[in-house]
Design a protein around this ligand. Structure first.
Ligand SMILES: Nc1ncnc2c1ncn2[C@@H]1O[C@H](COP(=O)(O)OP(=O)(O)OP(=O)(O)O)[C@@H](O)[C@H]1O
Length: 322
């Protein structure tokens, strides 16, 4: 069966005062129908740009020199008119910043439904109250007429989940949707998201920097480093047997896996100063002379697990894992 979304060889560039920023390079990944893919990586690795490309909201001046984004079989990069927008729901990162304070919750979501969902306003209102019930907001009918400040942070994130589902999407794209929440609320929201996507057979693309969150939600993962996919596979396989030195160091630094990705010496290179060859080589304890020359191809391992490092079978030196 064809995936719901497949990103194929996507490269994204943008001109800056300091030269061309190579933000994404030949990124290939896919979200199965009814499946969940997590995209994980440090700040600056290109997660938000990937989401913007999928949502069709890349900033002006961005170039896409190569690649395709196939959604339900159609290239939505080449043909935005075949608009995927109503069919792709988006859950943003920060519930505080993502709602307009001067309109009621109902008014802002109904406005989106007016453009993208079939039916009358009365149908939309009934459907939205139903969705508010599904996301477990108290008193769903009354919630339609409340303003954003009348909800708690967790309730606002529930509102945004309802908003993302309001136009009957086939795919939901979530950008670190629980980062701004306390741990208990985070757990509840993740459980809700899992339950709703499974019950509705939705596909989910979930961006995070947190392997703990990833393991709770996603069956597959793509690890992004400096705009390239370093490793991909079933989340269980990648967590249990990470092969790319970058993934191994991320996980080795934080055995509890509730990681804050700051434990690897050095930083992600600026998008205007990407090193040649493997982009991780300046930080890699397994670096070999060829790593600075050759872009490593994705090497297939078992069950869809693949890694962009020819030295994936070598052990990491101990200090790299300290
Ligand atoms: N409009 C732009 N102009 C120049 N450089 C940009 C632009 N947008 C992003 N970049 C650069 O591209 C790289 C990737 O940025 P992006 O925001 O996609 O990363 P990210 O992984 O989402 O980071 P974060 O988690 O901090 O949001 C960064 O180095 C960033 O500085």
């Amino acid at each position: 069966m064809k995936p719901m979304l497949s990103v194929e060889g996507l490269s994204v560039r943008i001109g800056t005062g300091r030269g061309q920023a190579r933000i994404l390079d030949e990124v290939t990944l896919s979200v199965p129908r009814g499946g969940t893919l997590g995209v994980v990586g440090e700040s600056g690795c290109g997660k938000s740009t990937l989401l913007r490309a999928i949502l069709g909201i890349l900033p002006r001046g961005t170039q896409v020199p190569a690649g395709a984004i196939l959604f339900e079989g159609r290239d939505i990069l080449a043909d935005r008119a075949a608009s995927a927008r109503g069919r792709i729901g988006f859950i943003p990162q920060d519930p505080y910043l993502s709602l307009n304070p001067v309109f009621t919750a109902g008014a802002q979501i109904l406005e989106a439904m007016r453009h993208h969902a079939p039916g009358t306003r009365r149908d939309h209102k009934a459907k939205l109250a139903e969705l508010f019930r599904a996301v477990q907001l108290p008193d769903p009918e009354a919630a339609l007429d409340k303003y954003p400040h009348e909800f708690s942070g967790g309730q606002r994130q529930r509102l945004l989940i309802a908003a993302a589902l309001a136009c009957d999407p086939a795919l939901v794209v979530a950008d670190e949707p629980t980062t701004a929440l306390d741990v208990t609320t985070q757990r509840e929201i993740l459980a809700l998201l899992r339950q709703l996507t499974a019950a509705r057979g939705l596909s989910l693309l979930f961006v995070t920097h947190d392997f703990g969150v990833l393991a709770a939600v996603c069956e597959r993962v793509a690890v992004l480093y400096a705009g390239r996919v370093a490793e991909t596979g079933l989340t269980r396989a990648v967590l249990d047997d990470p092969r790319h030195p970058y993934t191994r160091m991320l996980l080795g630094c934080h055995p509890d896996r509730a990681v804050d990705l700051t434990g690897i010496p050095g930083t992600v290179p600026a998008a205007t100063a990407q090193p040649a060859g493997c982009r991780f080589h300046p930080r890699c304890p397994l670096v070999q002379p060829g790593c600075a020359r050759e872009v490593p191809p994705m090497l297939p391992l078992a069950e869809g697990h693949a890694v962009a490092c020819p030295f994936h079978a070598l052990p990491l030196p101990e200090p790299a894992l300290a």
